[in-house]
Write a protein that binds this ligand. Sequence first.
Ligand code: URA
Length: 234
Amino acid sequence: MDLERILFTQGFGSRRQCRALIAEGRVSVAGSICTDDAAQFPTDDLTFDVDGASWRYRERAYLMLNKPAGYECSREPQHHLSVFGLLPAQLVTRGVQCVGRLDEDTTGLLLLSDDGQFVHAYTSPKRKVPKTYLASTRHALDEGQLRALREGVLLHGEKTPIAAAAARIRDERLLEITVNEGKYHQVKRMIAAAGNRCESLHRARIGGLALPPSLAPGAWQWLDPAQLDALSTR
Ligand code: URA
């Protein structure tokens, strides 16, 4: 692939901006500055530098973010900051999207990708991807609430009850709950329908992929092949 296209596909701006970066000597490949925008490079395992920062060529971007509270999963946030502001500009330019949304005050595991099929597959209700949350509650949890969550609660505006795929009490006011859908405010509404109130919500896991404890709030990382595979396990 030619160098201009490599930079373009990786989110370094318009084709003109990519040509300018190359002409200005700001791009190097294998340690040598390359000023020829038509120079060809194999993209397998390709690493290049722009202004001294190293980038690996990736045909598609798959990443996870440890979403902090106070951020909206929107490119045009209404009242808070945008999660996209936590990512390098290149990832935003290449069009990564959130794989489902977390509420502004929800923290934890958020996936992003520029692979439309992947985003669709993991947000489609048909796929029933289990998502596990830790919810702190205002009132002490009890067996009646757990039973309601497991057997199904009717949410306002829904025709049929929705049941948690799993629910267990982790502490007096800490619920671990797994849901297979991704309805609006689903977990908070389910907890309310079971007779309690969600005070804070954290997504800990999607499929078999847990948020790594080493990923600080606000930090992101690429998904490696094992992590991508883990997503489709339960
Ligand atoms: N359920 C909610 O209520 N909020 C979220 O952000 C995610 C799941």
